[in-house]
Ligand binder design. Structure first.
Ligand code: HAM
Length: 418
């Protein structure tokens, strides 16, 4: 038997309806905040992620699904959404339209990571990106949107951590401080981090190796090395969050795993789902659009991991309850009755009722067993006598009560299916 590739998910009926409901709620909140959906390719030129996400990030160094296509173009399955959105904003000159530009997406992403609960190789994200808003109120607005999604979904055990990682002005001084610190424990760093020490020492703070993590604990903090502009931005963000009543903790250890961030970074974390507890991560990426040959357009956003949200909903006991069971199952005896039952289900569906009929030609007993398995709320049997008399018995499958209905009067029948 061929099995699904390691680290992928089958979302089966029963689960898929829950996903649909969660996505519906997410879209509702995104729309309330004025964000519009953008749909983009599942794969992009690898160059986009190398330049956009950054050569020193784990994602680019170790986790990308890249391949040469038949024209020998190097292609990568998207490991995240931001780079593709930035590419599209530039390619379609969306920055020339009304600003700020507010976009959201619901996508699958691909990363070659070690699968565990809440971490898969194909996973799903809800993300937003906001372009052309420099003020810290925009950071607060985007964070507020994420918080509103959690509220809408009924998640309560989620907390927000924020940090500022500075900008190209303050970063050289901070990098110097970091290098000096890590030089003292150079011999203990993993080979990847040894390379990062030269190129981008900030990335060492995001390394998953336990030793590098432990060394990182004592490293200098970004918030102690901010330039006046970044400090002002960070203080302003905190004021906006306070004013909006959004609780947060400043965590100087948040640096995020992708290279494009500047100034604000943030994560929403839950204690309920084990090690992969970050259900949302984001921040500001003001230099990225220009870096990718676009205009000087600032940007910020976040992405939520939908698989982790499902785990959190389950852990908090607030998974949406979905009823997809049929309103009516019409069992039939013989070809004429089956044709009539098909005609009736079609009419009922047009009135918004979920109606099923026998498509197999099974015995009435087998049909009723199927109706029961499908959780049908009502059933009806059509045979020659029902067709001749124009009447049939409608049975409530839950309490066994029954009543007589006219076969030809579909709107009355639909009324009975409550
Ligand atoms: P990220 O932190 O790499 O950021 O991913 C965002 C979220 O996606 C994570 O917090 C997590 O919930 C989920 N996630 C990441 N990797 C996996 C995985 N292997 N399995 C399951 N869930 C996962 C970004 O992707 C940025 N593009 C976010 C952003 C948008 N920043 C600004 N705009």
């Amino acid at each position: 038997m061929i099995q699904k590739p390691r680290g992928t998910l089958d979302i089966l009926p029963g689960e898929s309806e829950i996903w649909q409901e969660v996505e519906r709620k997410i879209k509702k909140v995104a729309s309330l905040y004025g964000f519009r959906e953008i749909r983009l390719p599942t794969f992009e030129m690898s160059e986009l992620y190398k330049r956009g996400v950054g050569e020193t990030s784990d994602v680019v160094q170790k986790e990308m699904y890249s391949f040469n296509d038949n024209d020998r173009r190097n292609i990568t399955l998207r490991p995240e959404g931001t780079a593709g959105v930035v590419r599209s904003v530039i390619e379609n000159s969306l920055g020339n339209g009304a600003l700020p530009l507010a976009l959201y997406y619901l996508i699958s992403c691909f990363r070659y990571e070690k699968p565990e609960a809440g971490r898969s190789r194909e996973f799903y994200q809800f993300g937003v990106e906001l372009f052309g808003a420099k003020d810290a109120s925009a950071d607060a607005n985007v964070i507020s949107l994420a918080a509103a999604v959690f509220r809408e979904l009924g998640l309560t055990d989620v907390h927000l951590e924020i940090n500022s990682i500075g900008c190209p002005n303050c970063r050289p001084k901070y990098h110097k401080a970091l290098r000096e610190y890590f030089e003292t424990r150079k011999d203990e760093l993993c080979p990847t981090c040894l390379e990062r020490l030269d190129k981008n020492p900030l990335r060492i703070l995001d390394c998953k190796s336990p030793i590098c993590k432990e060394i990182g604990e004592g490293a200098p903090k970004t918030v102690d090395h901010l330039c006046p502009e970044c400090e002002e931005h960070f203080n302003s963000l905190k004021k906006y969050l306070d004013a909006a009543g959004i609780e947060y903790k400043v965590n100087p250890r948040i640096v995020r795993g992708l290279d494009y961030y500047q100034k604000t970074v943030f994560e929403f974390i839950t204690d309920k789902i084990g090690a992969q507890s970050t259900i949302c991560g984001g921040g500001r990426y003001d230099g990225m659009v220009k870096e990718l040959d676009g205009p000087d357009l600032c940007g910020l956003g976040f992405a939520m991991g939908l698989t982790r949200i499902m785990l959190a909903l389950e852990a908090e006991g607030v998974l949406p309850v979905i009823d997809e069971s049929p309103d009516l199952y019409i069992a039939s005896m013989g070809d004429t009755a089956r044709a009539k039952s098909f005609e009736m289900t079609e009419a009922l569906r047009s009135l918004g009722k979920r109606a099923l009929f026998d498509q197999v030609g099974r015995s009435v007993k087998a049909q009723m067993k199927y109706a029961d398995k499908m959780g049908a709320k009502y059933s009806m049997v059509l045979g020659d006598s029902e067709l001749e008399g124009g009447k049939a018995i409608l049975k409530n499958m839950q309490n066994g009560e029954s009543c007589e209905v006219e076969i030809a009067n579909i709107s009355t029948l639909a009324e009975c299916l409550k």
